[in-house]
Ligand binder design. Structure first.
Ligand code: FRU
Length: 436
């Protein structure tokens, strides 16, 4: 059982997949390599929860069985129809096999197809007999890439089912491909949208939804400049215009980052039991914890559209858990604590070695004291918010999530070896809460 943050149950996890509320339970699947704490042939691991807070691990749901998914069951999504749970995912088949390591792709050369499998109860998946090809390998590069087309996100539209896939153009820009289906079985290409230059060479994990009267796209471009200008893979969020009947999407030039730390990636959203848009993302971790497990998810976040910007706040079910006031981090439960704090320009606080400051109107973070040396970047900053910032900081042993001004921006970082020391700006009392 995992509490609040879902973690690899051993070995390796990456993206959240198939996030759905089905028959009174949240199902959360994930990219899973069950044999070692590193990326390898992808399976889908599976967990369920009644409240988005207490997660029960159910083991492996999907594993390679067919020609199309011989080398992995990549990311995808879930929908309910006629009381059955339908999963959509990308099957990959490597063009050549590395004789030394069959779990690694050679020269990034493989083919991708979109597959589907359904379950009568959300728990039983017939991996040997139940998989169908929804969208076969692409043959026309002008439409989409044979290799880099993946991560089907399916949703129910006004009159049909829709699927969006992340892909690339022949000149290495991100691209979205849309498909439509009446029955979840037969899928027809219905439209596409190419990203402007400068937003990465391929788009992973697209997720489109309506939000508070607007239309929002979350996606994870590979090779995009982070807020500090360095190129990498980072999740962005934008308000789009989508004409469903024509499957035409207008992508704006402007976007925001999903999170202003450097580690959250490949989020997936669904509607919760109350109809809120809830999002969970993968925390990239540079090395396994205790040599045993690598990869976990952030707290569930509720997305809201306010004044033309998407904001994220902690889901109330998770927020509610931090109900017991404590005097110091040493009194916190193992699952961590929440710290409320206000910083004025020039002030800083240090949480177990993790330093937050307000500098030139921006909340900045420095994890150099609590991060393996040489394992990646240690500093990041959110956009300017003015001369004061109200922070809600959720601390657990390997993740610090900062919500700035009630979710105006978030900044989350992977950490290792936090101490129990708390250094606050002069005159500030610690306002700390742990699990009741
Ligand atoms: C994103 C991603 C997806 C892919 C999966 C493979 O992190 O690269 O695009 O489906 O991970 O594990």
């Amino acid at each position: 059982m995992d509490l609040l943050h879902l973690k690899a149950p051993g070995n390796w996890i990456n993206d959240p997949n198939g996030f759905v509320y089905y028959r009174g339970e949240y199902h959360l699947f994930y990219q899973y390599f069950p044999y070692a704490p590193c990326w390898g042939t992808m399976h889908w691991g599976h967990a369920v929860s009644r409240d988005l807070v207490h997660w029960e691990h159910l083991g492996v749901a999907l594993f390679p069985t067919r020609y199309e998914d011989q080398n992995g069951c990549f990311s995808g999504s879930a929908v309910e129809q006629d009381d059955r749970l339908h999963l959509f995912y990308t099957g990959v088949h490597y063009d050549t096999i590395d004789p030394q390591n069959t779990h690694r792709v050679v020269n990034n050369s493989f083919q991708a197809a979109q597959l589907t499998i359904s379950s009568p109860d959300g728990r039983r998946f017939d991996n040997f007999g139940g998989k169908q090809v929804a969208v076969p390998r692409l043959e026309d590069p002008a439409w989409g890439d044979r290799t880099h087309t993946r991560d089907p996100k399916v949703w129910r539209g006004a009159d049909a089912w829709y699927m969006v896939l992340g892909s690339k153009t022949p000149d290495n820009r991100g691209k979205l491909l849309f498909y439509r289906s009446r029955d979840l079985a037969l899928w027809e290409p219905a439209g596409s949208a190419a990203a402007p230059q400068g937003l990465g060479w391929m788009w992973e994990c697209p997720d489109y939804f309506e939000l508070d009267g607007g239309q929002v796209l979350l996606c994870s471009p590979m090779g995009i400049a982070a807020p500090d200008g360095e190129t990498g893979d980072h999740t962005i969020c934008m308000q789009v215009r989508f004409d469903e009947a024509a499957c035409r999407m207008e992508l704006p030039e402007t976007y925001q980052f999903f999170d202003y730390g450097l580690d959250l990636y490949a989020p997936q959203s669904t509607l919760d039991a109350q109809g809120r848009r809830v999002v969970i993302a993968w925390l990239r971790m540079p090395e396994p914890v205790e040599g045993r497990w690598c990869g976990m998810f952030c707290l569930p976040r509720v997305a809201e559209l306010k004044n033309g910007r998407v904001r994220f706040r902690v889901h109330p079910n998770a927020e509610r858990m931090y109900a017991r006031r404590i005097a110091s981090p040493g009194q916190a439960e193992a699952a961590g604590y929440k710290l409320c704090l206000e910083l004025a320009e020039g002030q800083w606080a240090q949480i177990g070695g993790y330093r937050l400051a307000l500098q030139n109107g921006c909340v900045t973070a420095d994890r150099s004291r609590v991060f393996p040396a040489g394992a990646g970047r240690v500093k990041c900053a959110a956009p300017p918010v003015g001369s004061r910032a109200r922070l809600e900081i959720y601390v657990e042993p390997n993740l610090i999530e900062v919500f700035i001004n009630g979710g105006e921006y978030t900044l989350s970082s992977a950490v290792y070896g936090l101490t129990q020391e708390l250094l606050l700006p002069p005159g500030q009392q610690a306002e700390l809460y742990t699990l009741a």
